[in-house]
Design a protein around this ligand. Structure first.
Ligand code: BV8
Ligand code: ZN
Length: 267
């Protein structure tokens, strides 16, 4: 990205934008912990906010990747057809940034909960691989992965953490241009993954939505799907989203602090 600045996290000494400090009372946190403890089947949807405390820029928030920019300019097949170099510069910069980042306490709690709760499913919109790095298994990656590339010629898809040779990495088998194996705007989500995520949303009795602006569909629709199927809906976010008014419990604050706090409160 032209003049790309390395993400250094929130400017020192500033209050994270939108974070108004722990807003929930003990009573609300205990209520959420009680819901988790009595759940028969837990489904979780995460967005960029769950990786923010690892130093990964979000998309739409303050200092985010899309701030002041139209996402479709860099995350669409049209953008890639128009200027594959620009799009690859964006994704190579993100791969380089992420290579040095680690899961945060929020990722680690979710990885632990996999074996703690019955019928646990983790659905993520994130492409950073940090849930898997924290130990989560069978993660439903709705939008693909930054660490996978697909050949635009022979279609071969490979997982690689290597530094890919820019400006446009090419396929070793057929020489055609590679593309990031992520879901761009206007592209359909991987059908088996979306089907499994819809099933998890409809079958669960507790749906936890963490660190997402709930703006991107069809991912955002999963929470409403779960609520309409009778699940208790809990949201964890720094600020209100279009989902907040539909949530039975809305916990305001950073996921990396709220999730360990919830974990300690579960009997
Ligand atoms: C599709 C690429 C068929 C990978 C991304 C229905 C209604 C309206 C629109 C549509 C619709 N159906 C389809 C569309 C069009 C479009 C869409 O949804 N547009 C929106 C923007 C209006 N959807 C699609 O095109 C999808 N394809 O449906 O195909 C189709 C096609 C066309 C028309 C009809 C049907 C494909 C969507 C996937 C696009 N790819 N990324 C990459 O480069 O990463 S989207 C991008 O946004 C990321 O994947 C990301 O995961 C996703 C969602 O963003 P968030 O994760 O929520 O991140 P964001 O920054 O927005 O918010 C962060 C949140 O965290 C904030 O709320 C913040 O407060 C909070 N937070 C911050 N720090 C913390 C925190 N919370 C807790 N703790 C913290 N510390
Ligand atoms: Zn190829």
């Amino acid at each position: 990205m032209a003049g790309a600045r390395r993400w250094k996290g929130w400017p020192a000494g500033t209050q994270r934008p939108g974070y108004a400090g722990p807003m929930q009372t003990d009573e609300i946190l205990n209520r959420a912990a009680g819901r988790l403890a009595s759940a028969e089947s837990v489904a979780i949807l995460t967005g960029a906010g769950v990786s923010a405390e690892s130093g990964v820029p979000t998309f739409r928030g303050h200092g985010g990747l899309w701030e002041g920019r139209r996402p479709e300019q860099l995350a669409s097949p049209e953008a890639f057809a128009r200027s594959p170099e620009d799009v690859w510069r964006f994704y190579l910069w993100r791969r380089d940034l992420l290579a040095g980042l680690r899961p945060n306490p929020g990722h680690r709690i979710l990885a632990r909960w996999q074996d703690r709760f019955p019928g646990f499913r983790l659905i993520t919109q994130n492409v950073d691989g940090l849930h898997q790095a924290a130990g989560s298994r069978e993660v439903l990656e709705l939008h693909g992965s930054l660490w996978r590339v697909r050949c635009t010629g022979c279609g071969v898809e490979t997982e690689t953490r290597e530094v890919l040779p820019g400006p446009i990495p090419t396929c070793q088998d057929c020489g055609a241009a590679l593309r990031p194996a992520v879901v761009w705007f206007g592209e359909v989500l991987p059908e088996p993954v979306l089907r499994a995520a819809l099933e998890a949303a409809r079958d669960c009795d507790l749906f936890l939505c963490i660190g997402t602006s709930s703006l991107v569909h069809p991912a955002a629709g999963l929470a409403w799907e779960a609520r309409q199927s009778g699940a208790v809906l809990i949201e964890i976010n720094l600020e209100a989203t279009p989902l907040t008014r539909s949530a039975h419990i809305a916990l305001q604050g950073p996921a990396g602090e709220i999730l360990p706090d919830l974990d300690r409160r579960i009997p």
